[in-house]
Design a protein around this ligand. Sequence first.
Ligand code: 5AD
Ligand code: SF4
Length: 442
Amino acid sequence: MAASPAKTFYIETFGCQMNAHDSEKIVGTLISEGYRQVDTVEVADLVFYNTCSIRDKAEQKVFHRLADFKRLSQQGKKFGVLGCVAQQEGRRIFERAPHVSLVAGSASYRNLGSMVRAIEHGHERVTGLDDRETEECFETEFTARTNPHRGYITIIEGCDKFCAFCVVPYTRGKERSRSSDSVLVEATRVVDAGYTEIQLLGQNVNSYKDPLGKRTFAELLAAVGEVPGIRRVRFITSHPRDFGRDIVEAIEAVPALCDHVHLPVQSGSTQVLGVMQRLYTREQYLERIGWMKQAKRPISITTDVIVGFPGESEDDFQQTLSLLDEVEYDGVFAFKYSTRPNTPAQKYLDHIPEQEKSRRLAVLMERQRAIQERNNARHVGEVLTAMVEGRNETRQQWVGRTSQNKILNFAAPAEARLRAGQYAEVRVTRSFPNSLLGEVVV
Ligand code: 5AD
Ligand code: SF4
């Protein structure tokens, strides 16, 4: 047996699925550079933080980590800050945390191997801070897929929308798509590796534009759904402006495409949407929801909402609540607005007090809880296909996920011999606002 590599690394990932998948590619790249992954900072030669700066709290986490482990740099350990905080703060990170040797944003990962070699050669201040103009995607043959049952594939990177509150266009750079041919090659490879579920990723996944002009986003979705061996295809996150009816038609036509769309609305008030520079009105958003509601199979819809955006009046907020009632979402990720560096909204002055933001958030979440309770109750008695994601030993239950992306916990006799990644037919017996409960149908 070959000896395991002597050089070791530890990586911690914050933030969204794009970051989670970037880390899978970073891990693969480090392994190809002769490193071995370890589980604790203490035993690692190289410590990487793949960071998120979408909201203030997320950003603070990395600086806490760096402070916690500063003393370990004296033992020769090297620290690297990757991801959105790295791109946003750039060289300032070296001032704030002098024990850091590498600062690199996602638009530079294709050079990660050479950056790591530079650290090994003793360079103290290595940077990968390609500006937002890069045309390149991070495509690598070395992806170390760590999610046991879901194969991620990034199809489009960056963002050109420039919503007033958002750092992403600055941290992840210009929008750029991979060729649909290369996505399909990767999809086949992911299936060959044993995956039956693929999730296509992009900051605005449905803004995808094939550089070779061969397939639209909806056509690519359908083509991935038709790769032999695929059972489930998901895609995240969609932008309402670019959400065409053809996506709904693809879901109707191709059974492997999951019955779920995540369509962030941010606000139910056309006036606030305008100031946010979201490029759609409440009515245009609801038109897209209408397409999904009329689909031949029920499509679960989830969203993101920001409360307390500068200038959001009580009436604007009430419009967001009425939108929740109208759409009847199956899930809402709601956030208090937080000012982000370099964004247009940073200059807006009419800020809502923190306490009022908290109140609005609580009211919204309470309202949404009741909606989910009602939606989920409709599943009781149905038999749904759940993909087994794991087991909760304390509760003696399997943890599964439906095509609609709902958590379905269930009991199964030992003879069912379930394993993570398998599918089970489950009768729903009870419902809760955030999950379903059932038993396997034998
Ligand atoms: N403040 C609060 N929430 C934000 N989001 C993005 N930027 C901010 C911000 N500055 C939220 C949006 C987005 C989700 C990923 O994070 O709702 O859809
Ligand atoms: Fe941010 Fe808007 Fe781009 Fe989404 S579409 S990543 S919210 S700028």
